[in-house]
Design a protein around this ligand. Structure first.
Ligand code: FEO
Length: 162
């Protein structure tokens, strides 16, 4: 079984992953509202990916013989101003999530919970991509945001995310 400190931290992280999903679903709604269907679809995929992260932690807690405890999910921001704003906030958010994951790894190490430390390595690797992808899109959006044709091309490309 997982010790209390690590268990509480994993339960909190499930909450943060579900919050992340909710955060991105709000972004999908905004993108839809400004006619960026491909970007909306990209954020809908991101919402599903965050739910997958939460589910992975949920299963891990169950597999170790502990019980998941769910907390309230905070309301996400809704006051977006542009596509650039969406990706700036996404990139900043993922940097915060990376810190949370690294803190969890440090806690598992200090609690000598080798199994949790090993489980969390998947998230350490995942966060590299979680930061790199929005950072890459943000760079493109910054260069193209005043060019309707280029933005429409980005929207079309992001629609292809599976
Ligand atoms: Fe679950 Fe986007 O990190």
């Amino acid at each position: 079984m997982i010790g209390k400190k690590v268990l509480d931290a994993l339960n909190r992280q499930i909450n943060r992953e579900i919050y992340s999903a909710y955060f991105y679903l709000g972004m999908a709604a905004y993108a839809d509202s400004i006619g960026m269907k491909g970007i909306a679809s990209w954020f809908r995929m991101q919402w599903k990916e965050e739910l997958f992260h939460a589910d992975k932690m949920f299963n891990y807690i169950n597999d170790r013989g502990n019980r998941v405890m769910l907390g309230a999910i905070e309301e996400p921001p809704q006051d977006f101003s542009s596509v650039r704003d969406l990706f700036e906030r996404t990139y900043e958010h993922e940097k915060k999530v990376t810190k949370l994951i690294h803190n969890l790894v440090d806690l598992a190490k200090s609690e000598k919970d080798t199994e949790s430390e090993s489980f969390l390595q998947w998230f350490v690797n995942e966060q590299r991509e979680e930061e790199a992808t929005p950072r890459g899109i943000l760079e493109r959006v910054k260069k193209s945001e005043k060019d309707v044709k280029a933005m429409s091309q980005i929207d079309g490309e992001l629609a292809k995310r599976k």
